[in-house]
Design a protein around this ligand. Structure first.
Ligand code: NAP
Ligand code: G4F
Length: 386
C-alpha cells in the first residue's frame, strides 16, 4: 500500500507537533514547514527528528513561510501532498493588536496562498486541505453555545484575519470543488502549550510558586470564560475531518466553559494549594489560605513544604492583576456546541478539564524542579513575566 503524504504548516507549534507524531504513527510520510530562525526552534518535534542522511525518512522539514507565495507553491509542488494541514499562524490574540498587518498577511492571505497553489498546480482532486479556524471568530458572541451556524463577530486583528481564511476556504471549496474544510477549534492546551497563553502561564507560575522560585503571578482579565480541551484530542479531530468523503466545517469543543479565575483555582488545588480571591477588576488579588499537606507532598515533594505553609499562615498574595494584560477588545465568553463533530466524525475527547490541568501541572512541576536543580548547580535561570 502506498504511504499517504501530509504537509503540516506550523509543525513546530503545539498542534503541529502532536499532529506530526499522530500521523507518523498512522504510517504517513510527514512534511513540515518550519521558519528559519536564529536559534533552533524545533524543541517540540526533536523527538521525531530524522537525520537528513537517512534514506526513506518519514519526517522531512522544509524551510518556509506563509508570507512567501513562491516558497509555498514550490514546496507543495515538490511534496504533492494528499493532505495539507494549515496550522501555521501568528496565533497570539493579544500580540495581534501589536502586529495587525503581519497577522493579516500570514494568517489571512497565507491560507489563500496554499489554496491557490493547490489550484494552480492542478492538485484540486488529489489534495485535501484542513484550515485551522478558531472560536475567536465568534468574538462578541451572537449565540450561546456557539455552533457551525452561529454568526461571527471577530474582536481582534487575529480573529479578523482568521475570518478571511475561513471564508476563502469555503469559497475555494464551492468554486473549485476542492476538499477544503475548516475546523473551528475552541481553546486547546497541553504541557507543550506556548508559555504566554493563559493556561500555561498559570501552570508554570503556580509550579514556580510551589517550588519557591516565584512570589506572585500577574494576570489580566480573570472574568473571561473559555471552553478548554486537550490538544491531543483536538488534533485527532483534524485528522478525522480530512478522512470524510465530503468537506465541511466543524466545531471542536467540550461544551463546558470556565473562568480564568476558576482555572487558577483548579490548578492550585491540583497541588494542594487553596486560594481565595478578594476584590474586583484591577484590584483583585488571590491569596493563599491553606495547604493540603498530603497532596502537596504527593505532587510537589516536601522540600518547600514549610515555606508554603508559612506563606499560607500569613495569607500571602500569590495572584495579582496587571492592566497591561487587558486587551483593547475582549472575548468574554466562549462555549462550543460539538454536536456535529460528535455525530458526523464520531469524535469524543478523552480528557476533561481536570485531566488537562493534572497533565499540565505534573509536567510544569517537573520542568521547574529541573530549573531549580540547574540553579543549585550555579546556572542562571530567568523568570519571564509575559
Ligand atoms: P502555535 O503553538 O502558536 O504554533 C503556530 C505555528 O505556526 C508555529 O509552528 C509557528 O512557527 C508557525 N508560524 C507562525 N507564523 C508563521 C509564518 N508566517 N509562516 C510559517 N509558519 C508560521 O499555535 P497552535 O496552538 O499550535 O495552533 C495551531 C493553529 O491553530 C494556529 O493557526 C492557531 O491560530 C489555530 N488555533 C489554535 C487554537 C488553540 O487553542 N491552540 C484554537 C483555535 C485555532 P514558529 O515555531 O517558528 O513560531
Ligand atoms: O490563553 P489566551 O491568550 O487565549 P485566547 O485569546 O483565547 O486565544 C487562544 O485560543 C483561540 C481559540 O479560541 C485561538 F484561536 C488562539 O490562537 C489562541 O490559541 O487568553 C484566554 C483568556 C483571554 O480572555 C485573556 O484576556 O485569558 C485572558 N487572560 C487573563 N490574563 C490572559 C491573561 N491571557 C493571557 N495570554 N495572559 C494573561 O496574563
Amino acid at each position: 500500500m502506498t504511504q499517504k503524504v501530509a504537509l503540516v504548516t506550523g509543525i513546530t507549534g503545539q498542534d503541529g507537533a502532536y499532529l506530526a507524531e499522530y500521523l507518523l504513527k498512522k504510517g504517513y510520510i510527514v512534511h513540515g514547514l518550519k521558519r528559519r530562525s536564529s536559534l533552533f526552534n524545533t524543541d517540540r518535534i526533536d523527538h521525531l527528528y530524522q537525520d537528513p542522511h537517512v534514506e526513506n525518512r518519514n519526517l522531512i522539514l522544509h524551510y518556509g513561510d506563509l508570507t512567501d507565495s513562491m516558497n509555498i507553491t514550490r514546496i507543495i509542488q515538490e511534496v504533492q501532498p494528499d493532505e495539507i494541514y494549515n496550522l501555521a499562524a501568528m496565533s497570539h490574540v493579544a500580540v495581534s493588536f501589536e502586529t495587525p498587518e503581519y497577522v493579516a498577511n500570514a494568517d489571512g492571505i497565507g491560507t489563500l496562498r496554499i489554496l491557490e497553489a493547490v489550484r494552480l498546480l492542478g492538485l484540486t482532486k488529489k489534495t485535501r486541505i484542513y484550515q485551522a479556524s478558531t472560536s475567536e471568530l465568534y468574538g462578541m458572541v451572537q449565540e450561546v453555545p456557539q455552533s457551525e451556524k452561529t454568526p461571527f463577530y471577530p474582536r481582534s486583528p487575529y480573529a479578523v484575519a482568521k475570518m478571511y481564511a475561513y471564508w476563502i476556504t469555503v469559497n475555494y471549496r464551492e468554486a473549485y470543488k476542492m476538499h477544503a474544510s475548516n475546523g473551528i477549534l475552541f481553546n486547546h492546551e497541553s504541557p507543550i502549550r506556548g508559555e504566554t497563553f493563559v493556561t500555561r502561564k498559570i501552570t508554570r507560575a503556580l509550579s514556580k510558586i510551589a517550588l519557591g522560585s516565584q512570589d506572585t503571578v500577574f494576570m489580566g482579565n480573570l472574568n473571561s470564560k473559555r471552553d478548554w480541551g486537550h490538544a491531543k484530542d483536538y488534533i485527532r479531530a483534524m485528522y478525522l475531518i480530512l478522512q470524510q468523503d465530503k468537506p465541511s466545517d466543524y466545531v471542536i469543543a467540550t461544551g463546558i466553559t470556565t473562568t480564568i479565575r476558576d482555572f487558577i483555582d483548579m490548578a492550585a488545588k491540583e497541588i494542594g494549594l487553596q486560594l481565595e480571591f478578594r476584590g474586583e477588576g484591577a484590584d483583585e488579588i488571590g491569596v493563599l489560605v491553606n495547604v493540603d499537606q498530603e497532596k502537596f507532598i504527593e505532587k510537589v515533594g516536601d522540600q518547600f513544604l514549610d515555606q508554603i505553609i508559612t506563606r499560607a499562615a500569613v495569607k500571602d498574595v500569590v495572584v495579582g492583576v496587571d492592566k497591561r494584560y487587558f486587551r483593547p477588545t475582549e472575548v468574554d465568553l466562549l462555549i462550543g456546541d460539538p454536536t456535529k463533530s460528535k455525530t458526523v466524525l464520531g469524535w469524543e475527547p478523552k480528557y476533561d478539564l481536570k485531566g488537562l490541568i493534572a497533565d499540565m501541572m505534573q509536567s510544569d512541576i517537573k520542568l521547574m524542579q529541573r530549573e531549580n536543580y540547574l540553579q543549585e548547580g550555579g546556572y542562571q535561570i530567568l523568570n519571564y513575566f509575559e
